[in-house]
Ligand binder design. Structure first.
Ligand code: TYD
Length: 202
């Protein structure tokens, strides 16, 4: 069976994490083996890089390079082997997050990240990306209820508006891959939408 690579994206508080387990169960019920993973992280080296990048102040380019360093390891150790075994890989974030946060949020030129993207995974792109989209007020209200914030979650409203806009621009540019899901609706409605999208994957 052909491997399937699905990524979940959205601003912090968009609700993507509420859907990872459900999505995994959906594919398991179809007899598929599912590998759930996340970025930054997903490997022992990647999780160490995650702890650094989420909590230590650093230059925006250092941040971008760490995201792609962790991603290189993630692809080599986890994603590519699982796809080669024909599994369904569901990753909580991938390269679209770098374009949204490091370009949209931090203001790095997209051309820089395009170089890293080609270097790290030119031949591999997700088969499907679900972009959970919510307005800033909704994301903020959800985050306020959550545990202690990391470096990104402490950013300003402006930052998140830029991240959201960058995600939506990317969805416009890759309509065949990125599906925007309205994350303000009820969990049941969001799930029905997601089920319809993944059901159409074939
Ligand atoms: P997140 O999925 O929000 O983790 P959690 O739900 O545990 O808080 O990811 C952590 C943060 O990393 C998130 O704020 C976005 C940021 N990030 C980037 O800035 N660039 C990237 O390339 C990736 C993968 C994540």
């Amino acid at each position: 069976m052909r491997g399937l690579f699905i990524t979940l994206e959205g601003v912090d508080g968009a609700g993507k994490s509420s859907h990872t387990e459900w999505l995994a169960d959906y594919f398991r019920s179809q007899g598929r083996t599912v590998l759930l993973t996340r970025e930054p992280g997903g490997t022992p080296v990647g999780e160490k890089l995650r702890a650094i990048v989420l909590h230590e102040p650093m230059h925006a380019e250092t941040e971008a390079l760490i995201m792609f360093a962790a991603r290189r390891e993630h692809l080599a150790q986890v994603i590519l082997p699982a796809l080669a075994r024909g599994e369904v890989v569901v990753s909580d974030r991938f390269t679209d997050a770098s374009f949204a946060y490091q370009c949209g949020g931090r203001g790095l030129p997209e051309a820089r990240l395009e170089i890293l993207e080609r270097w790290v995974h030119e031949a591999t792109q997700p088969d499907l990306t679900l972009l959970f989209d919510v307005p800033d007020e909704v994301a903020r209200a959800r985050l306020a209820a959550a545990r202690s914030p990391d470096r990104f979650e402490r950013e300003s409203q402006d930052f998140f508006e830029r991240v959201r806009a960058a995600y939506l621009r990317r969805a416009e540019r890759h309509p065949e891959r990125i599906r925007v899901v309205d994350g303000t609706r009820s969990l049941a409605e969001v799930r029905a939408t997601v089920a319809a999208i993944v059901g159409a994957l074939g």
